[in-house]
Design a protein around this ligand. Structure first.
Ligand SMILES: NC(=O)C1=CN([C@@H]2O[C@H](COP(=O)(O)OP(=O)(O)OC[C@H]3O[C@@H](n4cnc5c(N)ncnc54)[C@H](O)[C@@H]3O)[C@@H](O)[C@H]2O)[C@@H](O)CC1
Ligand SMILES: [K+]
Length: 494
């Protein structure tokens, strides 16, 4: 099953891998034509109702494939309202090839009512995953006419990707201004790449759903890519705080780590970043950036007696990043353990704090970010080959019941069920501090995204930032270089 958002991400990742959407549309159109051939007898009349977007574009390709076949194809739609470049190109290709397809310009007009009435097969390519809200005009009237034309007749209705008007994720049909829920009633659905969660409940359950492979490589789903960043697109109406508040709990033996994590969290898009660290280093941490809100607790390391203060700071924050630079003194590890026992929010756990996680009962939702050594310290698996490691880490994460991001040349990211692998980054990033940057970035993204997605985006962005640095200046990067490039690395319009 794939949701519409994930499909958009995978589609963009496929494009980045060299398989552009127009190519996918070609395969989609071909698949529609094949379905039509299985249901239409020679000489049949096939009326294809084409929408403005890429769902309609798929149908233009289908019409081209059907031109070789013994059926009469009629296209209902308005070519002047085509709204995407690739749908337009496929329309133009039909036109230029002088394919004998009847284009009818006003789908609500009387002649077109007839075009639906005498069709043997109606192909519904009005709207696919791009639908929002109840069908508007003219699609609303057309959907009603398809319903009339198909009820009590032999006319077969084949929906392209999703029956028009149905939400592909939920199966819901929105109530229109007339109080009615209007969608195209499909007998068959040819959907692309993977089943959509809403399709099972979309129709009267009698509809058969065929999933057509359209050539999206597995790598577009497995490997992180620019498509994964799409979820970070910002609503122009957003308010302060919408993109999250992060608390970094770190520092003690190390002063740089919490600061790197905190600055990375800001650059990765968090609205506010707090740092809780020992008083002994608070002034130094603050000195690194006036954009941070620093809270010192007494002494030189984190101890259980500080937990009231930490819990107070954690409540009201969206995500806590626990670990950078805390060290592994016994009182510190005890404090981490007690914190997790009581905490039920979202947290990113890094560095020495990780070893506590397998032994603690917690209601918190965690993203653990170990390198391979830290994973072993957690009792986790080790394997040289990243594919083998992926399978083992997935099992480990499933047992842990948390999301795990294992850093390496290929970062393995899994929630125990789904698996992603990140290939961005380079050997320059073995320098100290890059892991702290990653933890901070994941923390920021986890304010708005699910844990698996936050880990995937954090890993992709951190590695991409490192690649941008090395592209410009060669190796010799330091962790702070990465932080400065994170905004560029998470740009969705690059
Ligand atoms: N990788 C992919 O995601 C692929 C998608 N493809 C096709 O592309 C489709 C999605 O294309 P688009 O994103 O262009 O979206 P659609 O073609 O589903 O619809 C977009 C159009 O519908 C209009 N619209 C939205 N809600 C409406 C409503 N309630 N009433 C009337 N009009 C409404 C929009 O203004 C827009 O013009 C998929 O369903 C599939 O058929 C294929 O080409 C293959 C690859
Ligand atoms: K459709």
């Amino acid at each position: 099953m794939i949701t519409a958002d994930r499909m958009a991400a995978v589609d963009a990742n496929a494009a980045a891998l060299g398989v552009p959407r127009k190519q996918l549309m070609e395969s989609a159109g071909n698949a529609i034509a094949r379905e039509v051939r299985t249901i239409a007898d020679p000489g049949a009349t096939v009326t294809v109702v084409c929408g403005r977007g890429n769902n309609g574009g798929d149908a233009f390709v289908a019409a081209r494939f059907l031109s070789e076949y013994d059926v009469r194809v009629r296209l209902l739609g308005r070519s002047e309202s085509i709204s995407t470049a690739i749908a337009r190109e496929n329309w133009d290709a039909l036109d230029a090839a002088e394919i004998d397809a009847e284009a009818v310009v006003d789908p609500t007009g009387e002649p077109d009512r007839l075009a639906l009435w005498d069709a043997d097969v109606i192909v519904d390519a009005m709207l696919g995953t791009g639908v929002s809200g109840p069908l508007r005009e003219p699609e609303r009237t057309v959907a009603k006419r398809i319903t009339e034309a198909a009820s009590g007749t032999d006319t077969a209705v084949l929906a392209v990707d999703v029956p028009s008007g149905v939400d592909a994720d939920t199966g819901e049909i929105a109530v229109g201004p007339d109080g009615e829920r209007v969608a195209v009633p499909a007998d068959r659905i040819v959907t692309f790449h993977d089943a959509k969660p809403g399709l099972a409940s979309a129709t009267d359950a009698e509809a058969t759903v065929a999933v057509a492979d359209i050539g999206i490589p597995d790598a577009a789903e497995l490997f992180t890519g620019p498509g994964d960043l799409l979820g970070l697109d910002r609503d122009p109406m957003s308010h302060k705080g919408d993109h999250g508040e992060v608390l970094i709990v770190g520092g003690g033996p190390y002063t740089g780590a919490p600061t790197l994590a905190a600055r990375a969290a800001l650059r990765a898009g968090a609205d506010l970043v707090h740092v809780a660290c020992p008083e002994s280093i608070a002034r130094e941490v603050q000195g690194f950036s006036e954009n941070l809100i620093v809270h010192g607790f007494p002494g030189e390391i984190l101890e259980p007696e500080h937990l009231d203060r930490i819990s107070e700071l954690a409540s009201g924050r969206d995500v806590v990043v626990f670990g950078p630079g805390l060290g592994d003194a016994d009182p510190t590890l005890t404090a981490v353990e007690r914190f997790l026992e009581a905490y039920d929010g979202r947290a990113v756990i890094d560095a020495d704090a990780l070893q506590v996680v397998p032994n603690v009962e917690t209601d918190a939702t965690l993203v653990c970010t170990p390198h391979q050594g830290e994973l072993r310290a957690m009792g986790g698996p080790s394997a040289d080959d990243w594919r083998e490691r992926s399978d083992l880490v997935r099992e480990f994460a499933a047992d842990l019941g948390q999301t795990v991001l294992v850093k390496g040349a290929y970062d393995v990211i899994t929630d125990g069920e789904n698996l992603r692998v990140n290939r961005t980054g380079n050997p320059g990033m073995t320098v100290g501090g890059t892991g702290d940057v990653l933890a901070g970035a994941v923390g920021a993204v986890a304010c708005t995204q699910r844990p698996l997605q936050a880990a995937a985006i954090g890993a992709y962005a951190n590695g991409r930032a490192g690649d941008l640095v090395v592209e410009d200046q060669g190796y010799g990067l330091v962790a702070t270089d990465l932080i400065d490039r994170i905004p560029e690395a998470v740009r969705t319009d690059a």
